[in-house]
Design a protein around this ligand. Structure first.
Ligand SMILES: C[S@@+](CC[C@H](N)C(=O)[O-])C[C@H]1O[C@@H](n2cnc3c(N)ncnc32)[C@H](O)[C@@H]1O
Length: 245
């Protein structure tokens, strides 16, 4: 049996991650820990390569490569600035990574990574949520095609609340999380100021979010198995599935 990943419980790695832009997001460490556990459960020692869609600063790839030093990562983003940051952050793994500047919402994007596919795993963090439903579902189908048999897709995503009631609990939860983080950093914004900014941004972002259950159904219809939500707190979910063997 492969050993479960352990290093994300170490305080230095947790601290490194908390400095990241996701610092105010609840359960950030647990989400990454779950991703690593799923990769180990699905691929054991055989994680040869993976794709990180919408890699941003490369935080997911960094965690995967720390745990799987023999793996190769293909990091995709349409932002040159994001890829430059990821390149810098992943300097220690420079020989194990490839960066691809492309927009995975555009038809034909898969040809940009034709050389490196198929993958043992496709991961994505807070990226697919920006695409409208029809594009998101199509992307899940493309990810299915990019996976090796038994390969796993793990999506860490902001999903839509199932009801208006849970949405209001989520809003309070997030405002408290941001307020708590600012208090610890000695910022002097009031909770009301934070709430005003939060609601202004939440309205802009809400359009593209899809409910978790709908997205899991898309995955099942596409042919994924072991589809599940592996970790969830209100609108934050880690979900995905495996391509059958
Ligand atoms: C919120 S950041 C998350 C970054 C990182 N995955 C993480 O978990 O912290 C989302 C990233 O996805 C990228 N992105 C969003 N839509 C994309 C698209 N259609 N094609 C390529 N990259 C995209 C953005 O440029 C950004 O770097």
């Amino acid at each position: 049996m492969p050993e479960p990943p352990a290093s994300w419980h170490q305080p230095d790695l947790a601290a490194k991650f908390l400095q990241n832009v996701r610092g105010a997001i609840p359960l950030s460490i647990e989400q990454i820990d779950m991703m690593l556990r799923l990769l180990t459960a699905a691929r054991g020692e055989r994680l040869e390569n993976f794709l990180d869609l919408g890699c941003g600063d490369g935080v997911l790839s960094s965690a995967i490569l720390d745990e799987n030093p023999g793996a190769r990562g293909c990091l995709v983003d349409y932002s040159e600035a994001a890829l430059a940051t990821a390149r810098e952050q992943l300097g220690a793994h420079a020989n194990s990574v490839e960066f691809v500047l492309t927009d995975y919402a555009q038809p034909g994007w898969m040809s940009e990574i034709a050389r490196t596919q198929p993958f043992d795993a496709v991961v994505s963090g807070f990226a697919a949520q920006h695409s409208p439903d029809d594009r998101k579902r199509a992307l899940f189908g493309e990810i299915f095609q990019l996976l090796k048999p038994d390969g796993i897709f793990i999506n860490i995503e902001h999903v839509a609340s199932a009801t208006r009631w849970t949405e209001s609990i989520w809003d309070d939860y997030m405002i408290d999380a941001i307020f708590g983080q600012e208090l610890r950093a000695s910022a002097d914004r009031s909770r009301a100021e934070i709430a005003r900014e939060y609601y202004a941004r939440a309205v802009q972002e809400a359009d593209a979010l899809a409910p978790l259950e709908v997205q899991c159904d898309w995955l099942r219809e596409i042919g994924f198995e072991n589809v599940d939500c592996y970790l969830k707190v209100l609108e934050l979910a880690v979900f995905g599935g495996q391509r059958p063997a």
